[in-house]
Design a protein around this ligand. Structure first.
Ligand code: C2E
Ligand code: CA
Ligand code: CA
Ligand code: CA
Length: 277
């Protein structure tokens, strides 16, 4: 028993080490990612589930490093949050998305609203509202064409978060509550905070094909509609899901069924041809 205990300890220790090494490697590589131009944005269209027309898009960060290859945002964003690197990266994302959207507007393409993910740490940073204000001013994008996607984790600090949300409201940008239904405070947050959109988490959309489980989705959609919110379903992968959601009066959807996140040139083509997806 003693021997096994020791092995377990060594095993635990070495896997912990591997994880730490990977983390530190990412952290160091990320430090240079901005200056070396390794970051790009992909855009995933948001679809009107009835007409199948594009009605907005979400900007999603992509990182390709010469040594590490493509690193998933689900891996590097939590690290960037922990180290604080998310502040400069987040600014870059906001600026790049707003600039590109304005460029598309100026080209005469159908005007879309761009949704940008905002991490908790970024949101709670003291000058977040003024950062958004100056990015809108510098890029010339009208505020109603920017939506910020936040998560329920901002509820850790409800008083300050309310102030920030009010400040953003005053600027005229829209607020979407991402991954809706996965946290503990979903109902509370809707009652307390000024929100425009809820985005139903993919885990619920996966369940919609299962007749025993789909009532939850219906309840969330009805809740959103009753509160006059825009309701978006994320992670739609098949027609059956799209049809059920549309039958339940969920107006918007995103997912591989319509399009994966694609790079700007391809997205621009999508906007140019204007064919329903
Ligand atoms: P999220 O905001 O919930 O974004 C949705 C994720 O689901 C994206 O993964 C998207 O590519 C993926 N997805 C979309 N449709 C489908 C589908 O039909 N099926 C499946 N299986 N997946 C689908 P991605 O791009 O890897 O991003 C992962 C997470 O990383 C995002 O989750 C978001 O939390 C974070 N993230 C991405 N870009 C940014 C950013 O610029 N800033 C911040 N703070 N977070 C970001
Ligand atoms: Ca999102
Ligand atoms: Ca989401
Ligand atoms: Ca999600």
């Amino acid at each position: 028993a003693k021997g096994r205990g020791k092995n377990n300890y060594q095993y635990y220790n070495s896997s912990l080490n591997k994880r730490n090494i990977r983390k530190v490697t990412i952290e160091n590589a990320l430090r240079k990612a901005l200056e070396n131009d390794e970051l790009t944005l992909a855009y995933q269209p948001k679809i009107n589930l009835q007409s199948r027309d594009i009605d907005g898009m979400e900007a999603l960060l992509r990182w390709k490093n010469p040594e590490l290859g493509a690193v998933s945002p689900s891996e590097f964003i939590p690290i960037a949050e922990e180290t604080g690197q998310i502040i400069s990266i987040g600014k870059w994302v906001l600026k790049t998305a707003c600039k590109k959207n304005k460029e598309w507007h100026d080209k005469g393409l159908p005007k879309q609203c761009v949704s940008v993910n905002v991490s908790v740490r970024q949101f709670q940073h003291s000058d977040f509202v003024s950062t958004v204000r100056s990015i809108l001013r510098d890029t010339g994008l009208r505020p109603e064409y920017l939506e910020l996607e936040i998560t329920e984790s901002i509820m850790q600090n409800i008083k300050e978060s309310t102030e920030v949300l009010k400040g953003l409201r005053n600027l005229g940008v829209k607020i979407s509550l991402d991954d809706f239904g996965t946290g503990y405070s979903s109902l509370h947050i809707l009652r307390e905070l000024p929100i425009d959109t809820i985005k139903i988490d993919k885990s619920f959309i996966d369940d919609v094909a299962d007749s025993a489980k789909r009532s939850m989705v219906r309840t969330i959609i009805d809740l959103g509609l009753n509160l006059d919110l825009s309701v978006v379903a994320e992670g739609i992968e098949n027609e059956q899901q799209a049809r059920i959601l549309s039958d339940y009066h969920c107006k918007f959807g995103q997912g591989y069924l319509f399009s994966k996140p694609i790079y700007e040139r391809d997205f621009e083509k999508l906007l140019t041809v204007r064919t329903p997806l």
